[in-house]
Design a protein. Structure first.
Length: 314
């Protein structure tokens, strides 16, 4: 029941979030279409100054990206310097421990010193690599800034004239980025809900398989239950050690049926694995007293010759 509730909840969430996702995608396409239409109209009014000023705005975009890369490289360089300093301190501690008289031959301090030395070497390589990368991106950023300044001076008139178009474009880009982020978040929610749905469905399938396996096991056990145990109440007189009064000649089945029942009784008793300690008190379980035979023959009253088959259940 719990897994079924999880399945239903995941299904409801999938349906709800998919509707929101369709609405968000529709809104994104509508805004994209409207922005393209308005920008086209704005471009028709301003003329060819937009294409003339485009290199300046492209250079500004590249300069902004270069500036972001420079900041990332600076952070990596600072982290590498910190790791290098920490590794050098570790080496200093290990050297002090090894130089102590009582630790001079201690392999633990030797291993610690070797490990710290390796860390220093790795940190030094990372620091140098980060420093070279920071210098490279800093140079690129300076070149991009210089290009922006040069284009700004040479294209000042067309930049001012095309400013409304690029400002409108920046507004639409921001709105589109927000809707795109919303669509991405909804897609992630749908994916997570589908994952929960799949997990609940797989758990339900496992539970169903376990239920069928238990039913099959019970059916096998029921079919393999002792047949002689079911027939024993009707033919209790044929068991060994029965002391109650039993009429051997009263409505006995044919000899073949008795043989089959005897075999079934033996099979049943073999499955039960009973002990044979109760047979120790029987002096002779396979023979009857001659007096008992004569009395039973008289009671039969000449109903025909009948031979009773006995079996010992071990």
């Amino acid at each position: 029941q719990e897994e079924l509730e999880h399945l239903n909840q995941a299904n409801e969430e999938i349906n709800r979030v998919e509707l929101q996702l369709d609405e968000a995608r529709t809104a994104y396409r509508r805004i994209l279409s409207e922005s393209a239409r308005k920008l086209n109209a704005q471009g028709s009014q301003l003329g060819n100054c937009i294409e003339k000023a485009r290199p300046y705005y492209e250079a500004r975009r590249l300069a902004k990206e270069a500036q972001q890369e420079t900041q990332k490289a600076a952070l990596r360089y600072e982290r590498a310097v910190s790791m290098h300093n920490a590794a050098r301190e570790m080496v200093f501690v290990a050297e002090q421990g090894v130089m102590a008289d009582k630790n001079r031959l201690d392999p633990t301090w030797q291993e610690m010193l070797n490990h710290a030395t390796c860390k220093v070497n790795e940190a030094e390589e990372e620091r140098l690599r980060s420093e070279r990368e920071h210098q490279r991106v800093t140079q690129l950023c300076q070149q991009a800034e210089a290009k922006v300044q040069a284009l700004q001076k040479s294209l000042k008139r067309v930049i001012v004239k095309s400013k409304p178009y690029f400002e409108l474009k920046a507004q639409f880009n921001q709105i589109l980025e927000e809707h795109k982020a919303k669509v991405t978040a909804l897609e992630r929610l749908v994916s997570q809900a589908k994952t929960r749905y799949s997990v609940a469905l797989r758990n339900l399938e496992q539970i169903s398989e376990q239920i069928h396996a238990r039913r099959l096991q019970r059916l096998i056990v029921r079919r393999a239950s002792p047949v002689g145990a079911e027939a024993s109440p009707q033919h209790a007189g044929t068991e060994v050690g029965v002391t109650e009064g039993t009429h051997l000649g009263a409505e006995c089945p044919p000899a073949d049926t008795l043989s089959v029942l005897s075999l079934q009784t033996i099979a049943s008793d073999l499955q039960k694995f009973d002990s044979v300690e109760h047979l120790l008190g029987l002096s002779d379980a396979t023979s009857l007293n001659s007096d008992e035979l004569e009395e039973r023959e008289q009671r039969r009253g000449g109903q025909g010759h009948f031979k009773h088959h006995r079996s010992i259940s071990l």
